[in-house]
Design a protein around this ligand. Sequence first.
Ligand code: FAD
Ligand code: NAP
Length: 530
Amino acid sequence: MSTGKLDAIVVGAGFAGLYMLHRLRSLGLETRVFEAGSDIGGTWFWNRYPGARCDIESMEYSYQFSEELQQEWEWTERYATQPEILSYIDHVAERFDLRRDIQLNTRVESARFHEDTSRWTVTTSDGGEHDAKYLVMATGCLSSTNMPDFEGLDDFEGDWYHTGQWPHEGVDFSGKRVAVIGTGSSAIQSIPLIAEQAEHLTVFQRSPNYSIPAHNQPLDPDKVAEIKAHYPEFREANRQTAFHANFGYNEANALDVSAEERQHEYEARWEHGGLPFLAAFADLVFDADANETAAEFIRAKICETVDDEETAELLCPTSVVGCKRLCVDTDYYATFNRDNVKLVSVRDNPIEAITPTGLRTASEEYEFDAIVFATGFDAMTGTLMKIDIRGVDGRPLQDAWAEGPKTYLGLAIAGFPNLFTVTGPGSPSVLTNMLPSIEHHVDWIADCVAYVEQKGLSRIDATPEAQAAWVEHVNEVGDSSLYPRCNSWYLGANIPGKPRVFMPYLGFPPYAEKCREVAERGYDGFALSA
Ligand code: FAD
Ligand code: NAP
């Protein structure tokens, strides 16, 4: 157990918490990071399922705050694997001597703001109580696993796993009958590899997803050298784009070009692979008819790939392309041509219970040796809402967000002074390449803290008016797009009872501009107290 007085507490030791520690330390602030896991890495510590890798190219899914770091690190593949990303994170921690201020195996349980001192008291799972002026929640957008409340799980006689809490020693499925529940990104990455190993695999699909081939490959040394020769310019160019990534944006609208041109563009992007597919045309996420042209293209690819007509039909989504995060795969659809793989739709035939020997849907009973829950996360708010956070007047965050999250810029919450959220709801976060978006937030928070310190202020708090205007703007921009049209985790639709609110902000460049203006105007929209 440890107790003590600090300048700043950071919760979480993923990409966000590590860089936040580095920045706060460089301001001369005594900072401690608390991490619930037994090691650093966040997402890349927890998600160790077979096939886990990034869906943004490695050369972009990496820190840019240190030119030396980005020059010296050598990625081996176009899309790095989970172990490679974790060793990168370890390298960063060693290089910047971060570990000495990180307390592992320690969950933050509560945080309470004291109006008399303008400081936070944080309690931790080891019985510790810590006092700090600043509290930074670097708790991650996808860090609270969603385990559906299936009856009977406790009595299951086989083994079960959640992709987001995968055993460190790995899992051997050889000779086993395996079920995977879910067909989101985690499932789509793991299914082809589980299918290769297991005796038999049954995939339970509630909603089909669009997936684009990764065409993963070893990185071409010439391409790496070219990027490294101009890394800052490359990063700056990406910062000027909606997804904060090098997607090769096409400014044309899908509906303004001929059918042949559209087909040509989609075909080229399918061949290129990955998320840049979504940047094929400017109107794809705004115009339903434009989007349908992309949907038709992908459905045709699925039907070309999958031999069995009925299975192909089940795998074809009819939803809006991109309104759930597009998946990136290696051999996902082709895996359904294997003799040992079966697809079961549970859309109209839901899983009713886990039985001692398998699971039961409304119409059938199945037997398994192992079940993999690839059922996702209580995204963006779940992790924060699990901590008992109380702001001014002892108001719980659970109350403040009862109707859905309300923030100013996804960085601060009115009534919770000196508390910051990295990639909080109301910021572009999950709609972008998250790593540069995390760095953008950390830099903004560090600059803000430096400002408060330089001016000798005791607290900074978003005003309710500025927050309300921002929330309204986030909703307006979201509503102008097709994003609210499907039951995605962006909307909280995957969690029973969660308020249905489109949580991220669409569009990085205008967002970054707004953040810059707010800071330049002496933290416009914030109340600053002596
Ligand atoms: P996290 O990495 O989630 O770290 C948060 C940490 O906070 C965790 O370690 C958690 O244990 C800790 N924590 C939470 N609550 C507490 C508490 N109360 N007390 C103490 N510690 C706590 N994004 C992309 O842009 N590209 C990708 O390719 C990509 N791939 C992904 C693949 C998977 C499988 C998943 C799940 C997400 C992926 N993401 C991707 C999103 C990814 O979450 C971010 O890119 C990034 O890693 C998040 O970093 P973070 O530090 O903000 O949060
Ligand atoms: P997800 O996208 O939310 O997928 C969860 C899946 O489980 C969905 O198919 C969902 O069906 C299904 N499901 C949930 N509850 C169910 C139930 N009761 N019965 C049947 N099916 C159920 O979660 P994820 O795959 O873990 O991905 C989450 C996010 O993490 C991604 O969108 C992405 O941002 C990130 N990620 C990225 C990568 C990568 O490629 N680098 C890999 C993994 C994750 P419905 O769709 O019907 O709800």
